[in-house]
Design a protein around this ligand. Structure first.
Ligand code: HEC
Ligand code: HEC
Length: 232
């Protein structure tokens, strides 16, 4: 009993002292890194628990937080003690699962390369709420149930026109999400469109964005989505 309390104290100390993950992650490269997780973890639509828990919405999730999956006592205790998954805690766990939570059932040797870890975390982030690409921060917006007509999602936008229109947006949206305004670069086009239509229809409630979105037609929205997906 005393020993396990001690172990827990060390664990708490470890994750309280973690610094922000240094390198920025690239979700494309992370997809390849994810191949080493895939045998045990599912992500994406319809993901289910397998050997390991599914990793949708893992950002902000309490450790051992999924119902219906049987976690190790070790990870469960950490969750009860307040461990949540964010970029820094994911980084530490993935680097050395057993070093982080000694009794974890995740039998994975760990990823030693910080860039690999940053990349796979950026990839996982795509499946947690809306992915503005700042891997070291939590996603900014809750994924909504809002659905957009497939024809509008399929519509190709004119990237150059989008770039022209983007000037107005960049007055507020900085690429690093500073000033509490979310970053909107590198979003998958569909998510970007869904967000704008959700403001336009009034389903998302921010008055400024509602006003801005209400002035945009389908063509403008498609153009902005095409541009912001890949602004470089
Ligand atoms: C050999 C199978 C296996 C591999 C490979 C593996 N995991 Fe796991 N993972 C598990 C198991 C089992 C658990 C549950 C651990 C526990 O209960 O202690 C887990 C737990 C996790 C959790 C905690 C989830 C939660 O709900 O608390 C995260 C995050 C995670 N793994 C990420 C990864 C990533 C990222 C990779 C690849 C870099 C990876 N895992 C590779 C088996 C694996
Ligand atoms: C006056 C400042 C301002 C301008 C100009 C502006 N936005 Fe926004 N935008 C915001 C704020 C603030 C939010 C967060 C609103 C919320 O919490 O729902 C936001 C949210 C968004 C979101 C959702 C972000 C997320 O994380 O869910 C998208 C997409 C977006 N804006 C696109 C645009 C586009 C495209 C333009 C240009 C046509 C634009 N914005 C112009 C302030 C602005």
């Amino acid at each position: 009993m005393i020993r396990s309390t001690l172990a827990l104290t060390c664990l708490l100390g470890l994750w309280a002292g973690l610094s922000q993950a240094a390198p920025l992650g690239d979700p494309e490269a992370g997809k390849k890194v994810y191949n080493s997780c895939k045998g045990c973890h599912e992500v994406g639509e319809g993901a289910r628990n397998g050997v390991g828990p599914h990793l949708n919405f893992v950002f902000g999730r309490k450790a051992a937080g999924l119902e219906g999956y049987r976690y190790s006592k070790s990870l469960e205790r950490a969750g009860v003690a307040g461990l949540e998954w964010h970029a820094d805690t994911l980084d530490a766990y993935i680097e050395d699962p057993r070093g982080f939570a000694s009794g974890t059932r995740m039998s994975f040797r760990g990823l030693k390369d910080p860039q690999d870890r940053a990349n796979v975390i950026a990839y996982l982030r795509l499946y947690s709420d809306n992915p503005a690409n700042i891997p070291e921060a939590d996603p900014t917006a809750r994924m909504s149930e809002y659905t957009v007509d497939a024809a509008l999602l399929a519509m190709d936008g004119d990237r150059e026109y989008g770039q022209y229109l983007s000037g107005e947006c960049k007055a507020c949206h900085l690429s690093d999400g500073a000033d509490g305004i979310p970053s909107i670069v590198y979003w998958p086009e569909d998510d970007f469109k869904v967000a704008l239509y959700a403001y336009k229809s009034g389903q998302r409630l921010h008055p400024v964005m509602q006003m801005i979105a209400s002035r945009l037609g389908d063509e403008e929205i498609a153009a902005l989505a095409a541009y912001f997906e890949n602004p470089d």
